[in-house]
Design a protein around this ligand. Sequence first.
Ligand code: ATP
Ligand code: MG
Length: 443
Amino acid sequence: MDEITGIIPCSTTPYSEFKNHIGEEVTIKGAIHNIRLMTDFAFILIRTAREVIQCVYSPEFSDYRLADNVVEQAAVKITGKVVKSETRDGSERYELQIHNIDILSVPADIPPVVISKKEVVCDLSVDLDYRPVTLRNPKERAVFKLQEGIQRGFREYLQSQGFTEIHSPKINFAGAEGGTNVFKLDYFGKTVFLAQSPQLYKQALVPVYERVFEIAPVFRAEHHDTSRHLNEYISMDFEMGYIDSFTDIMNMETGALKYIMELLKKEYAPEVELLKADIPQITTIPCIKFKDAKALCVKKLKNITDMKDFEPEEEMFLGKWAKQQFNSDFLFVTHYLSKKRPFYTMDDPDDPEVTLSFDLLFRGIEITSGGQRIHDYNMQVEKMKKLGMDPAQFETYLMLHKYGAPPHGGLGLGLERLTMHLLGFKNVRYAAMFPRDINRVTP
Ligand code: ATP
Ligand code: MG
């Protein structure tokens, strides 16, 4: 009888270990990324999980003869000798002198777009149509490797701060944020909604675990086609109890962002370099109250009509202002108007017109909304009534308040938005692996 040991024998040598094997024969597995035929030799680039390794074929090195099935995108196993290669910038690189190529699989067709060059050169819509293929391009896949680093940093930091990771349901009897951008779903004859955020559930878990976080998709039926809205995006959320003030939440986010940026520099250096990612240096993040920020915008910008919220150009202006005044890529704007924040937001006891809430702007674009929540039952019921909501419809949610909740608050941070501005993309779709927008549900 065979027995499964749980051990996977390592049959390939990672590129990072090549330096310890100079002059020795090693084996690698990967896809043929690019073949460049020269007069009496060939460069064959092998794409492994995170690298592209240069291999050189020449009849000089071995008796192996290149066959017709050595084509781009074929999956191969190559054995060869590790040698130091020459680089223009003088840095240490290694390549393999090919001894043998085992073909593991051969593609049925050539890719519909060229993916073996530095960049995939085509329209965004074509790129997205062929995402399973275009993502093979090293630069394109690096975006999502880096995005992994952001999520990992968020998770690791919060775990180090005593947070418990949760998963809340995405099919619900109500949306969370309200408004019109909620997707309806037929649920065995009943109408239900896709979650716009994990808000109500993460709050419910504060009296249970005190500090919780979730990294998961949320759904927003955005009826417009903009460069910063998706209909499904990854929300990085947390909620924490026993806060002294809503600044605790901003401090926690600042700590998380610092940790994330350091992690990217340390463990995602190849991607940072490939993408020329401009990783911000965070020491402290400046804060400004909404009304003061609005006054600045009114003073400096023309045609401001909406005094209750910001237009994108105002956020952009505030981003530049924070850079000039504080050399900061980030700016917290606090105390948004009560009218403009959701029903669960705590009003400022000193000025009930405004809330104990904030947005975080990164390079002039909102990436986070957060704040303190109402924890008192009567206060929450009153606020719901004032907003014309029926508390009876929120019986499950109100269990949180009815049966006791500590002062608490939290935030939601859009993963694609953060990625987009870290990498200087003009469109959020570049930062979504398989984006869903008003015109796209495939691939
Ligand atoms: P915006 O005003 O930019 O439309 P919002 O205030 O409606 O966003 P929130 O409910 O505050 O959004 O969501 C928290 C965060 O989630 C936002 O700061 C943003 O980073 C991200 N986000 C919100 N909506 C979208 C969307 N449609 N696509 C991608 N990210 C989004
Ligand atoms: Mg917001």
